[in-house]
Design a protein around this ligand. Sequence first.
Ligand code: AMP
Ligand code: GLY
Length: 423
Amino acid sequence: MNILVLGSGGREHAFAYKLCESTRSENLYVAPGNAGTDKIAQNVPIGVNDFPAIKEFVKEKNIHMVVVGPEDPLVRGIYDFFANDEALKNVMVIGPSSNGAKLEGSKERAKEFMSAHGIPTAAYQSFTADTLVEGKAFLETLQAPYVLKADGLAAGKGVLILKDLNEAKTELENMLTHSKFGAASEKVVIEEFLDGIELSVFVLTDGKNYKILPTAKDYKRIGEGDTGLNTGGMGAISPVPFADQAFMQKIEERIVKPTVNGLQTEEIEYKGFIFIGLIKVDGDPFVIEYNVRMGDPETEVVLPRIKTDLVSLLEATATQSLDAVALEIDERAATTVMAVSGGYPEAYEKGKEITGIERIGTSIVFHAGTTISNGNVVTSGGRVLAVTSLDKDFRRALEKSYENLDEISFDKMYFRKDIGFDL
Ligand code: AMP
Ligand code: GLY
């Protein structure tokens, strides 16, 4: 099978790595890819939102399957673009239709979906500039801290959690009337604060059947002890130790089943991943958000634990026959630690030469923000690479990831030394 992966991060390198392992993959392309995917697949200089160029490439190379990494092309309707084109409609696209992608593209839509299908989540109301006064009044009925969410995509920055009521009112006004997050905050969801511990559950669905993939926990803050600014993710662990069988049972019954049933009853075409952000409050799971793709860096710990042939698993997703596939999971724990450019998530420099990757034998190095310049692997983004290890338990796996990170260096490299500290 000829396969095209869309994206350029550690997530897409992890997809390419697993797809490469399959005897069923013939030609593997990544658009636009990075220095890591360049080693195991062919990089193609096409942007993930350039649908016409993707179409030409898919026809030229006789691509059978497109695996969509990031949310942006999904929300913009890449699935529908393929489904509605005579020349492309037989190509398997792994991802939801734009209708399904609204579960990530609009926080309000996600909340409406959850209420319609009885899925546990925080109580909420949504507001626009026209209902700013009502929004402020609603804040007065809540207890601190206050959770404000820009409705649209805001590159992971659209959620504010504020301790002070007046500050919350001011920020609500900034979001609604001063475009704090651009068009994304023309509508704001205000919701009840849930106090608990977070985890993510990943589901692969063909729209009818589903498979629950390994759980993961990511570390979003830049600083040790979960302090400082939010990032795309500084590390991840799978499985999540506190997600025992009884808790997973609750997640499946109360959240996964009603979500997949909801997609069916609403006739939403969805052949892809659902990344459910959850919070455990007094032993019960609540949904914080849906994402319509895999997480990054969660993919770098989830996929290495999947033993089932990934091409077959994705093909079954596209052909709505997931019920016929057995999902086999590696019992070992996986950890990943992200090395980032000094300064990230604020301003940072690029183009720093990375050394030592070739010395790593006991971990897998997934590239994120890397490129090749004059034959050298250099940094090209904030998150640069993720070092993934597998071992009996997460502590041993982490030791490996850290030992191997010590072999790698680039100017101003930074990583958190406390991944897993809270477990
Ligand atoms: P989101 O972009 O929806 O994942 O929100 C970003 C982060 O804000 C989450 O990972 C949580 O840490 C936090 N958060 C979002 N909603 C809530 C809530 N209702 N209660 C507590 N924390 C929340
Ligand atoms: N690591 C969080 C995300 O991919 O959204």
